[in-house]
Structures are given as C-alpha cells and as structure tokens.
Write a protein that binds this ligand. Sequence first.
Ligand SMILES: Cc1cc2nc3c(=O)[nH]c(=O)nc-3n(C[C@H](O)[C@H](O)[C@H](O)COP(=O)(O)OP(=O)(O)OC[C@H]3O[C@@H](n4cnc5c(N)ncnc54)[C@H](O)[C@@H]3O)c2cc1C
Length: 243
Amino acid sequence: MAEYKIIKIIKETKDTKTFRLKPVKGKVFDFKPGHFVVLSAELMVNGSPQHIKRAYSISSTPNNRSDNEYLDLTIKELPNGLMSKHVMTLKVGNTMGIAGPYGNFVYEDTMKDVVFISGGYAQMPFHSMINYIFENKLDVKPGVKITKIISARTPEDVVFKDKFIELTKTHKNFRFFITYTRVDKNPEFGLIGRLNAEKLKKILKDVKKKNYFACGSSDFLDAIKKIIIELGVDAKKIKTQGY
Ligand SMILES: Cc1cc2nc3c(=O)[nH]c(=O)nc-3n(C[C@H](O)[C@H](O)[C@H](O)COP(=O)(O)OP(=O)(O)OC[C@H]3O[C@@H](n4cnc5c(N)ncnc54)[C@H](O)[C@@H]3O)c2cc1C
C-alpha cells in the first residue's frame, strides 16, 4: 500500500466528488483505463477502530503520468456508507492509503466497436476509458465506434453528464444516450424507463457486432447481460464490473 496526498477536490454532483491524488513518494503505478484501486482507512466502527478497505475505479486516464503525476478517484457518498462518508470529510493535503491497480475490466487499444453501459452513478471506469481513447486519438482509427449508454434514476444522479455531452460535439465516432427511470421527461435524449432490448436495438442497430462493457449493481448487470445475450450477442463479448 502507498500513501497518496489529495492535491485537488472537484465537486461533480451534489453527493459525488473527484479526489485528485499524488503519491507522497515516487510515481503513480502503471495502470490501464478501467483498473481500480483499494482504498484503506482506520475508521471507528461501533466505537472501536477498524481497518476498512473499499474498491474505487480510477476515473482519470494513464496519460498524465509522465508530466503531471496524479490519479483521480470519483466517489459517491452513500447514506451511512463507512468509507464514502469518511472521504467526504477529507481536505486538500490529507492522505489516503492506496493499493493497486487491480481488475480485468480494462479497455485494450485493439478494441474497435465498443458499447459502455452504466447503471446509476457507475461512470468512473468509462470516464477513464473514453478520455483515454480520445487523448490517444484511437477513435480516428478505421472501424472505431464508441457508444455510451447510461440508465439513471434522475439527471442529478448522472456523474460526468456534461463532460460526455461535450465530447460528442468534438468526436464524431462517439454517441451518448441516457434513459431515466424516475422522471417523466427527457428532452435531451428522449429515453424514459429502464434499458430494455427495444431501446438497445434502436440505439445500436448492429447489436451482435459490438463489444460490451457494463458497470453497476449486480441486479443491473444481471438484467443487462440477459438482454444482450437474448439479442444474440456472444457472452464472451460482454465484460462486467459490479459496484
Ligand atoms: C471494482 C469496484 C469499483 C468501484 N468503484 C467505485 C467508484 O469509482 N466510485 C464509487 O463511488 N464507488 C465505487 N465502488 C463502490 C465502493 O467500493 C463502495 O462499495 C462504496 O463506496 C460504499 O462503501 P461505503 O464504505 O461507503 O459503504 P458501506 O459501509 O459498505 O455501506 C454500503 C451501503 O450499504 C448500507 N449498509 C451498510 N450496512 C448495512 C446494514 N447492516 N443494513 C443495511 N444497509 C447497510 C449503507 O447504508 C450504504 O448505503 C466500487 C466497487 C467495486 C467493487
């Protein structure tokens, strides 16, 4: 485990913040877009100190490692959540214990026609992957198409919404959609209700050709995987990460 200092805190939504972290000693480890780290802290639980560990996706890209050494973690405060409530009390200059990188939920440079699907706030690995693709100009390679789909309760629940919308304006191979399950109107995207086979077919058209990444709660992932497989996609083309 290494110690990282908070060098910046960015408020993303009413309950979500990005913590920009720099190693106290040495450099940020090598990582791929989609990797996660394990954050450790000594917290009081029912009156006694306990060593608590939680996983967090790296939301920044590996590209800044050579010049401005940092990584970002974007964390949503959960009601009564031990670690997520604790980090919200931290300030610039405080430190965090971090181990990593971990996971197989990673974007590889050779991937072409990809769909990134998230349930609720689980945008963090995709923020890293999508920015990585654009920063490295991988989207201009022949056959590369990026589709990002979010299913969220309300617009307020979507982390990085405006950033993804901005990216659609400058990257013609990037398409972005949100469906909302707890509001009646969605003027920006026109989609209301849960993500289902009909919505996916309408958005994606050539469903079988694509590679899928899905991130969210285990219930969301079970439902999405079932829908995609029923649409005829080979299960090997679907990567999932549960939050
Ligand atoms: C690979 C991976 C990557 C992840 N990346 C991110 C990320 O980038 N950003 C992010 O915000 N999260 C991420 N998560 C989720 C994160 O790891 C934590 O699970 C999350 O922050 C909640 O941790 P916590 O300690 O705050 O909450 P916990 O204390 O673990 O509690 C979780 C929820 O359960 C409820 N709860 C706790 N105990 C009980 C009980 N006894 N009865 C009923 N309810 C209870 C709490 O109220 C809370 O809402 C990731 C998870 C994984 C597995």
